[in-house]
Design a protein around this ligand. Structure first.
Ligand SMILES: *Cc1c(COP(=O)(O)O)cnc(C)c1O
Length: 544
């Protein structure tokens, strides 16, 4: 655009004039709403482009001097950004918790952005505040199932909060532990409480060396951020080994007692309701007992697995979750809501008051402003997306999807077990499993190999898994992720495995067969595979 055209008049039109229907942006908009899958397959290129290559398109640090036509800009977005995005809708993209979304989120997103409400304060949100409170109530009800009178009393009460809506599981975990910390180190005669006096004064007043949080090694790294941000320190996150993938209550109790004998205090035990790496669920009921015995807070991180509560058959896998003081849920994982929707739910509606904050021009005392008890300030109305999805799918709709995901994981697990090229490393509790390439010859060799030979075989299998995962990702047809795990079946040794999340309702059994087939072809072509096979045969022949 030329200098002459940079005028307030032109800029004013950006605010007021809708796009002409032939403009590039309007075309994109139309294509997205007509058929998002088609849009993605047309514009997202699967061809391998290095990150360095892409960075070249985003290398200027100076702010563009002159305005640009919207159409021109839309064109450049398609080319630089959309083309190199990841097609999360692809049914063979099964490596992460991010998957396809129901189509109605696109028009709803327009409504959300169009209304541009700010949930920090009722003056800028009005109906969105009661809606968000209702959504929190629905999640509270799903977990704690309190009688109707409880919700009538607390749902819209200015002095209570059933939870805190936030941008994701990380902030939800921080919020939950923040509430726990402020409650534990609250005001007493002669002490104004940690929120006002700070942590150092609180430790002195309560005569505590350190405050700690207990979870298993599978705890999400957001817990480590939480103890850091809350001033406890990362060393005070006691991550206990869990070779069977879940936290053993007796280990938690022992660690807690030892910690407290050293003049420390356990702030919270965190049970995981579906670990990010393997989908295992900690024994929540037993951990609630341990928390009671230690006199500490019990938090359940169900960011990913919480949606299992919609299923009447599978919800028993989270048995004991209702005994948690707080629960983290991510609607942008298994609740099929776009990114940016997390919740910390509190069993006791008074608890959030331990972090309540007032300010003169905003968040006045006695107001129903949600911002008074949330960590974040200005927030958009993402709760509407949760509200709408809850209505459009209903509990029974969610149940069907969740049950189907779990069944699909079981089907895939059986497929892997039957296959002579693969070995299941963790069976699915929910819809997540891990496995590795491991030819039958190697599986047989393990039975007779010496510990040193086993270590050697495992090292080579790890390299093979890494190589296959990379080659498959680069080929661009399908994607599984990979992680490192200690496996009880392998004497607690850490191994590299493929990680699969069956969250995309569009993934079919045939897609899963194809993924294994592709991995088989990739692996068989590798020298590493040949070496492993030879090595295994040699071990077997010597064992006579
Ligand atoms: C994803 C996840 C988180 C973090 O949530 P974000 O929304 O990514 O911040 C925390 N805990 C568990 C168990 C998770 O799966």
């Amino acid at each position: 655009m030329s200098e002459a055209q940079v005028s307030l008049k032109h800029l004013f039109r950006v605010f007021t004039k809708p796009e002409h229907k032939d403009s590039k942006l309007a075309q994109i908009e139309q294509h997205l709403s007509d058929n998002i899958m088609d849009f993605l397959s047309q514009h997202v290129v699967t061809k391998k482009t290095s990150l360095e290559e892409i960075e070249k398109d985003f290398s200027l640090a100076s702010v563009p001097e002159s305005p640009e036509f919207v159409s021109t800009h839309a064109e450049s977005l398609l080319e630089k950004l959309v083309a190199h995005s990841v097609n999360t809708y692809s049914p063979t993209f099964i490596g992460h918790m991010t998957s396809a979304l129901p189509y109605f989120h696109l028009p709803l997103a327009k409504l959300l952005v169009g209304l541009n409400q700010n949930l920090v304060k009722i003056e800028t949100s009005k109906a969105f505040t009661p809606l968000e409170r209702q959504v929190l109530g629905m999640m509270h009800n799903l977990i704690y199932d309190e009688p109707e009178a409880f919700y009538t009393k607390h749902l819209h009460s200015a002095r209570h909060a059933l939870g805190a809506f936030c941008s994701g599981g990380t902030i939800a975990n921080i919020t939950a532990l923040w509430v726990a910390r402020n409650k534990l180190l609250g005001p007493q005669p002669g002490f104004s409480g940690v929120a006002k006096a700070g942590l150092a004064a609180a430790y002195r007043h309560y005569d505590i060396n350190n405050l700690g949080v207990i979870c298993s090694k599978r705890g999400h790294y957001s817990l480590s951020k939480a103890v850091d941000a809350l001033g406890l320190g990362r060393e005070q996150l006691l991550t206990l080994p869990c070779p069977a993938q879940t936290l053993r209550p007796e280990d938690a109790l022992k660690a807690g007692l030892e910690y407290q004998q050293q003049g420390n205090k356990v702030l919270a035990i965190v049970g995981i309701g579906g670990t990010t790496e393997t989908g295992h669920v900690d024994p929540l009921d037993e951990l609630a007992d341990v928390a009671k015995e230690l006199g500490c807070w019990f938090h359940v991180d169900a960011a990913w697995g919480g949606a299992t509560l919609f299923s009447s058959t599978n919800r028993t896998k989270l048995k004991g979750v209702h005994r948690a003081d707080s629960v983290t849920m991510d609607a942008h994982k298994q609740m099929y809501v776009p990114m940016g929707a997390g919740m910390a739910i509190f069993r006791n509606p008074e608890d959030a008051n331990s972090v309540r904050h007032h300010a003169q021009y905003i968040l006045r005392e006695g107001s129903k402003d949600l911002g008074a008890t949330t960590l974040e300030g200005s927030r958009n109305g993402m709760a509407m997306m949760v509200y709408s999805t809850l209505h459009i799918l209903g509990r029974r709709g969610y149940e069907l999807i969740i049950d189907q995901n779990i069944e699909k994981a079981q089907t895939f697990a059986a497929m892997i077990q039957r296959h002579d090229m693969f070995m299941l490393t963790t069976a699915p509790t929910l819809s997540l499993l891990t496995y590795r390439v491991c030819p039958t010859s190697v599986q047989n060799a393990f039975d007779v190999a010496t510990p040193a030979q086993c270590r050697q075989l495992n090292q080579n299998l790890d390299r093979l898994v890494v190589a296959v995962q990379k080659a498959q990702r680069e080929a661009g047809k399908s994607f599984v992720s990979r992680t490192r795990l200690e496996c009880a079946e392998l004497g607690g040794q850490a191994i590299t495995v493929f990680r699969v999340v069956l969250a995309n309702p569009l993934t079919t059994e045939q897609d899963l067969k194809n993924i294994l087939e592709e991995q088989t072809i990739i692996a068989r072509k590798m020298r590493l595979w040949k070496e492993l096979d030879d090595n295994a045969r040699e071990i077997l022949s010597h064992s006579g």
